[in-house]
Design a protein around this ligand. Structure first.
Ligand code: BG6
Length: 484
């Protein structure tokens, strides 16, 4: 049986930077199922050859060291292009006809990838549906939808309704590329394929959890988009909440899409809703200095480029353990990390001669870059009485496996082709995530919004964020990737 990958938005950045390099890499590793064709569709008029030539250059740039002329020449024979307007029904009928011809009227698995601006998601779904292209009587039909899935709860619900008019939920793959990262999947392996972590992974041992996604780059040329999105829509509703779910979830009975997603959704259901003063006390927002001068940004913009949010997960495992989520642009360095901060020993028998508080254990999951894990613990300083110091044990993916980690899209695209939705967001999951973010976004847009603190670029966000943590008797783990 053959496979057809149809990419809508084929002339865009996502296609050239991520999707085609990922599919090329799968081909290069001989993981792409045989007899797979790729059909690009966008409004621009290209011949197959022009489309391929353009992709050759970008793939060379973005696929990394795997790019080889001979391999590309072979791969590119399966790339085709058909111009189409996503708002013209006739263009879907034409595409359907082209696909049937290419597939020779045989059974084929089809993957429709919406790599378009979000306003085209609904028209594309309807166009495909009305052209009979969601019908599975001649093979599987799957649709991949990029983020953002809606801009708030109401629009996400609306989009889900539109999607479900034509596609069954089992045919829908909502992408969050964070779930395609090896290190994020490894959180599940770490927790559920080992016995030593789970017993301490709870309120009895954990003081709090910090989930940080810091980016060094400023908003740059994406000002137009960013002005309406802001950090909450851009990073929190999706990536940060995904990291929270994977860190806090219970073990599913088996690694199956719905078992995994059931457990993840339960975490979001357990997140305590914020009310009244909570928004001022438990959220903090910032904007880097210079953001208002970025291209397409309002000179009086109130858009946050940094946020820190404290969430409580009200269940037996996590009662009383705060989860601190923070993310920002133009920060000190690029680092995504999850810090499990353990409690202090109940009673310290050693008298240290320094009047410093003994730091307790910490497990740092370094999501990116320099992917790996580090465990911090106290050790005796030799030849110094019973003096102690925090030291570490670490594991680095690169050191251990001796090669670069694959791009998230490789794994995700392959999963869609094989029909494994474990690493994709389900309709209820996306809506729950908005249920958490909506009230915060509303509070930040209201006259009672908490102050928007300005911060210098290249730091760890606003200074007030340090004070905010200090007031809670805690410190941020402000460290660039702990592993080299
Ligand atoms: C995207 C956001 O979803 O994720 C970007 O829109 C952000 O603003 C990016 O830069 C971060 O992804 P990664 O994989 O580089 O951490």
């Amino acid at each position: 049986m053959s496979n057809s990958i149809v990419i809508f938005g084929a002339s865009g950045d996502l296609t050239s930077r991520k999707l085609i390099p990922a599919i090329y890499n799968l081909f290069h590793k001989k993981r792409l199922p045989a007899d797979t064709r790729i059909i690009g569709s966008a409004r621009s008029k290209f011949t197959h050859e022009e489309f391929c030539a353009k992709l050759r250059e970008t793939t060379k740039q973005f696929a990394g060291e795997s790019f080889e002329d001979a391999c590309w020449a072979e791969f590119s024979q399966s790339i085709f292009y058909q111009a189409g307007d996503m708002e013209q029904q006739a263009d879907y009928q034409r595409l359907a006809k082209t696909l049937e011809d290419m597939e020779g009227g045989q059974e084929a698995t089809r993957l429709y990838y919406l790599a378009t601006a979000p306003r085209f998601y609904a028209p594309a779904i309807a166009g495909l549906g009305k052209a009979g292209m969601a019908d599975e009587s001649h093979g599987k039909r799957r649709v991949v939808i990029e983020k953002p899935f809606g801009t708030d709860l109401a629009t996400a619900k609306e989009l889900n309704i539109e999607v479900h008019q034509f596609f069954d939920e089992s045919q829908v793959y909502r992408i969050d590329h964070y779930l395609g990262k090896e290190t994020v999947q490894n959180i599940m392996i770490l927790r559920f394929a080992n016995t030593i972590f789970e017993p301490v992974w709870n309120r009895n041992y954990v003081d709090h959890v910090q989930i940080t996604v810091a980016e060094e780059v400023p908003v740059g040329r994406r000002g137009g988009y960013y002005e309406s999105a802001g950090i909450l829509r851009d990073m929190f509703q999706n990536h940060l909440l995904q990291l929270l779910m994977v860190t806090a979830m219970e073990a599913p009975a088996r690694y199956r899409a719905d078992s995994v997603r059931d457990e993840k959704v339960k975490v979001l259901q357990a997140v305590r809703p914020m009310n009244g003063k909570d928004f001022a006390l438990d959220t903090l927002r910032g904007q880097y200095k210079g953001y208002r001068q970025e291209q397409d940004v309002n000179p009086q913009s109130q858009t946050a480029t940094y946020a820190a949010i404290k969430l409580w997960v009200d269940n037996w495992r996590w009662q009383g353990v705060p989860f601190y989520l923070r993310s920002g642009k133009a920060m000190s360095c690029r680092t995504s990390q999850i810090v499990i901060q353990f409690r202090q020993p109940p009673h310290l028998i050693f008298q240290t001669n320094k009047r410093v508080q003994v730091q307790s254990n910490r497990l740092v999951l370094q999501v990116q870059p320099n992917e790996g894990i580090q465990l911090h613990f106290q050790t005796k300083v030799p030849d110094a009485g019973m003096e102690m110091r925090l030291t570490d044990l670490d594991f680095s993916f690169r050191r251990e496996f001796n090669h670069e980690l694959p791009e998230a899209y490789e794994r995700l695209l392959l999963d869609v082709m094989t029909g494994d939705a474990s690493l994709f967001a389900r309709a209820d999951e996306v809506e729950r995530a908005w249920t958490i973010m909506d009230p915060i976004m509303q509070a930040w847009n209201s006259p009672a919004a908490p102050e928007l603190f300005q911060y210098e670029q290249g730091l760890w966000g606003p200074e007030e964020a340090c004070q905010w943590m200090a007031d809670q008797g805690r410190d941020w783990f402000d460290s660039c990737p702990v592993l080299r």
